[in-house]
Design a protein around this ligand. Sequence first.
Ligand SMILES: Nc1ncnc2c1ncn2[C@@H]1O[C@H](COP(=O)(O)OP(=O)(O)O)[C@@H](O)[C@H]1O
Ligand SMILES: CC(=O)N[C@@H](CCC(=O)OP(=O)(O)O)C(=O)O
Length: 273
Amino acid sequence: MTHTIVLKLGGELVHSPELDVIAKDLRALVDGFNRVAIVHGGGPQATALQKTLGLETRMVAGRRFTDEKTLEVMKYVVAGQLNVDLCGRLLANGVMGVGLHGASGWMVQARRRPPRVMQGAGPEPVDLGLVGDVIGFNLPLLGDLFERRYVPVLACLGCDDRGQALNINGDTVASQLAGALRADALVLVTSTPGVLRDVKDPASRIPRITRSEFERMVADGTISGGMIPKLEESFDVLKGGARSVVIIGKLAPGDLARAVLSPGAAGTVLVAE
Ligand SMILES: Nc1ncnc2c1ncn2[C@@H]1O[C@H](COP(=O)(O)OP(=O)(O)O)[C@@H](O)[C@H]1O
Ligand SMILES: CC(=O)N[C@@H](CCC(=O)OP(=O)(O)O)C(=O)O
């Protein structure tokens, strides 16, 4: 049976040895006629470049405040270096990745995000600057690529109808894409083994989480930072879009296929209430 899979890779993974493990699993999935799309971030690398350039990094509940200079950094790092390096590593493992960003065939259609109250950021609406909301994807182009067994590799930058690039959290792009494709699985690969009860204890993995548990854990501080956007939007996708959502840590051989075919074996599975 053919599965449609959206795989989100946090920036940290792109230059890690685990990428080769993931790429080998990916190759098996593509050879098995599954449709796989990758979305990648680049948050840690963008923060590092901001530091080198003497620019301030302002994160609000896991999302980056983005002014003109920050947007330039995101273009260099995410749509540039990381997208090139990721496609190269996939190629070396026999996976034909096609690098794309928001403006490539208007792949990630976006508009500027209006000020909004955010989970974990107090009661006032927050203006994140040049950050976008996803409004759509070029699904026919994705369909053509899948048909020819290419793997679209989307950098998490959107583009509005006037050609303005917008920064979007990678988890947001991935969950929206999973919804738009009605994917069988959204797999968010990150640096922790899933959602943890104690962020300092990798053995404290929570195997299943509901939205109300998530909201309680944000309120009591158990879940913070980059884990918030990862969970926040994925719950919406479960309603009418993706069949399963899993947050998973660094992968061992076979883990990716297991996360898709038997969600629950590893990481944290999101459960609709
Ligand atoms: N309860 C939690 N469980 C796991 N990670 C958490 C939790 N609360 C906060 N975090 C933080 O969220 C981070 C993952 O988000 P992020 O760094 O944005 O990942 P990615 O780059 O993969 O998108 C973890 O590295 C951890 O520091
Ligand atoms: C608006 C916003 O927060 N955008 C993110 C995009 C990169 C990202 O999501 O990277 P990871 O997947 O590595 O965290 C940022 O600027 O960090």
